[in-house]
Ligand binder design. Structure first.
Ligand code: ATR
Length: 297
């Protein structure tokens, strides 16, 4: 964002149901400022019944693009002119691009997850195995990324088995070589699987603000130092799940890097600019500082 908004300032933003703590405006406005673009990024908090009008309104108001967040990532797809293939398969979008009077939907969450592991942490996915806790929209993006990178095996543990079953069935058609097994969250084999897998990924909301003492793992589960424990939650920065993993000596990652990388991908879709690695690193650093301040408030 330039220091001054004028008649030519382009508008981007985020549409969500409860976004008063979102850090997306911080990330995008930092990037817009860095590249001296005459654009600004704003929050649009709406209720469910306003979703069709809000998306239709993007055209009327000539908004360049928006991020879409909880709880509209699935529902918003039906109001778009075209949805990119990966987003269609995942069944959710998080980015809309408004171009030539048409609205295009993308999912940059799964790319953000991959980049947060492979580029930021230099962790390979190929040939590894993973437990995914949860089977909602976020889980679908993560599992899509893992399958695309040729993971050896995925075990989904979820409270509602039907949702996990749907993922197993649909993804088997796209990735026949990637075995997905499904279990109810309380299944006895969880401990045994945890003892043997590489990644343990929490995609549920359990442990996020304000219920920060919740943990997606059943009681008495033991973690170990060989695990990479990844929590998609970034607020608080260290969830109960990550604290437990850290205590066991596991490598821990929170959802902050993924958030930054998905933002960088959305930014590219809107502006055509791919922020270089140095800028992304600085952005991650700024994000963590900002998040720590907010987490302590
Ligand atoms: P998102 O788009 O963020 O993934 P979602 O689609 O609502 O959100 O999915 C939330 C996930 O967290 C689901 O896997 C959900 O389990 P169900 O499929 O059984 O609903 C899981 N989750 C949320 N609250 C939970 C709870 N109290 N106990 C166990 N799992 C929970």
């Amino acid at each position: 964002m330039k220091t001054e908004i004028n008649g030519e300032t382009g508008i981007m933003g985020i549409i969500g149901g409860n976004i008063n703590k979102t850090l997306s405006p911080f990330l995008h406005n930092t990037l817009l400022k860095h590249y001296s673009l005459n654009d600004c990024y704003l929050p649009f908090q709406i209720s469910t019944d306003q979703l069709p009008a809000a998306i239709e309104g993007l055209k009327a108001l000539n908004i360049k693009g928006v991020n879409i967040t909880v709880p509209f990532k699935e529902k918003s797809m039906e109001f778009l002119d075209k949805v990119e293939n990966s987003a269609l398969r995942i069944g959710a979008i998080n980015t809309i691009v408004h171009k030539d009077k048409l609205l295009f939907g993308y999912n940059t969450d799964f790319i953000g997850f991959k980049r947060s592991l492979m580029e930021e942490k230099e962790i390979e996915i190929k040939g590894k195995s993973a437990i995914v806790l949860g089977a909602g929209g976020a889980a679908r993006a993560i599992i899509y990324a893992l399958c695309q990178e040729a993971i050896k095996e995925i075990s989904i543990f979820n409270r509602t088995l039907d949702k996990a079953r749907k993922i197993e069935k649909e993804y088997h058609a796209f990735f026949p070589d990637c075995p997905i097994r499904i279990f109810p969250i309380g299944d006895r084999c969880l401990q045994d699987k945890i003892n043997r897998v590489d990644f343990l990924i929490n995609t549920t909301s359990l442990g996020s603000y304000p219920d920060i003492n919740l943990n997606p793992l059943p009681e008495n589960i033991l973690l170990n130092q060989h695990l990479i424990a990844y929590d998609l939650i970034y607020f608080p920065a260290k969830t109960s799940f990550l604290r437990q993993a850290e205590k066991a000596g596991a490598k821990t990652i929170n959802g902050g890097q993924m958030l930054v990388y998905q933002a960088v991908e959305s930014f590219y879709l809107w502006t055509g600019i791919r922020p270089e690695m140095e800028i992304v690193r600085q952005l991650i650093h700024k994000f963590h500082s900002k998040n720590a301040v907010i987490s302590n408030q």
